[in-house]
Design a protein around this ligand. Structure first.
Ligand SMILES: [Zn+2]
Length: 273
């Protein structure tokens, strides 16, 4: 854990006069700092030889398919759209997370990855237990929230002998990045002080891309299988695109494993995905 002085203390120590703006001027300052980080991310991600580009190519294809799957693009399969809504919401979360990623808000993007992961588990339960999809549709909001809490979904999957897409220790791992109240914000083991707002961090960017690729692949793949009775939907192509993305995601896993194995806090928490 980083035990050094906080950024504000460093500024005071260096005799930096407190000319911090307030009101709208402060909001404008935040926005212009975000724009600078977006430029940095663009410079790195846009390079032809960047290891991220192939993954982004595949992520873009899967997201395009997910966007169409979630919006009944190939024709409406009818029903109450439980699966389509989960797919569409996950696509939206991923777009938003990519935007946060570019602005350097890595913890915040991981919070969205976690939400997508919870939907992946729900769709996985629907896939292995079609009765659960009917129960979901028949339940009122309160009963649904109780029966289909993230915890209960994992328990139901485990009862079926199916390892959940997102396991309990995975939540623990993501929580280690400052999603939970009380955790250190934006700390990615760089031996740099944790920061309050966004700072451009290569590790943060890599970890977020890695987690997003994993969870959206799972949502896209399970969503396509669940809707595959409708022959107009190119389910095989969507599952193929998800698996293709997972291939590249695993390449990033090796890089991250290397970093995290050297970090005493996160190294012990990272599960294998
Ligand atoms: Zn529809």
């Amino acid at each position: 854990m980083f035990g050094g002085p906080r950024p504000g203390e460093l500024m005071v120590e260096a005799d930096v006069p407190d000319e911090t703006p307030e009101g709208i001027t402060f909001l404008d300052l935040v926005e212009s700092a975000e724009e600078k980080r977006v430029e940095q991310a663009r410079g790195l991600l846009g390079k032809g030889s960047s290891p991220y580009n192939q993954l982004r190519e595949k992520l873009g294809t899967l997201l395009s398919l997910v966007d169409r799957l979630g919006s009944c693009w190939w024709g409406c399969s009818g029903g109450d759209h439980t699966v389509e809504y989960a797919v569409a919401a996950s696509g939206g979360n991923t777009f938003a997370a990519l935007r946060l990623l570019r602005a350097g808000y890595y913890d915040e993007a991981l919070g969205l990855a976690r939400q997508i992961g919870e939907r992946a588990n729900l769709l996985q339960l629907f896939m292995f237990n079609s009765q659960s999809l009917r129960e979901w549709s028949d339940s009122g909001t309160e009963a649904r929230q109780k029966k289909f809490s993230a915890f209960n979904i994992r328990i139901e999957l485990e009862k079926l002998g199916i390892p959940p897409i997102i396991q309990r220790d995975y939540y623990h791992y993501l929580s280690g990045f400052g999603i939970h109240p009380g955790r250190i914000p934006q700390s990615f083991g760089d031996k740099l002080p944790p920061s309050v707002g966004g700072l451009f961090r290569l590790r943060g960017l890599t970890i977020v891309l890695h987690e997003l690729a994993y969870v959206i692949s799972m949502v896209g793949g399970t969503g396509a299988v669940l809707l595959s009775d409708d022959e107009r939907i190119p389910a095989d192509r969507i599952v193929g695109a998800a698996m293709d993305l997972l291939d590249d995601q695993r390449k990033l896993s090796k890089v991250i494993d290397e970093w995290i194995s050297k970090d005493p806090v996160q190294g012990s928490a990272r599960p294998q995905t």
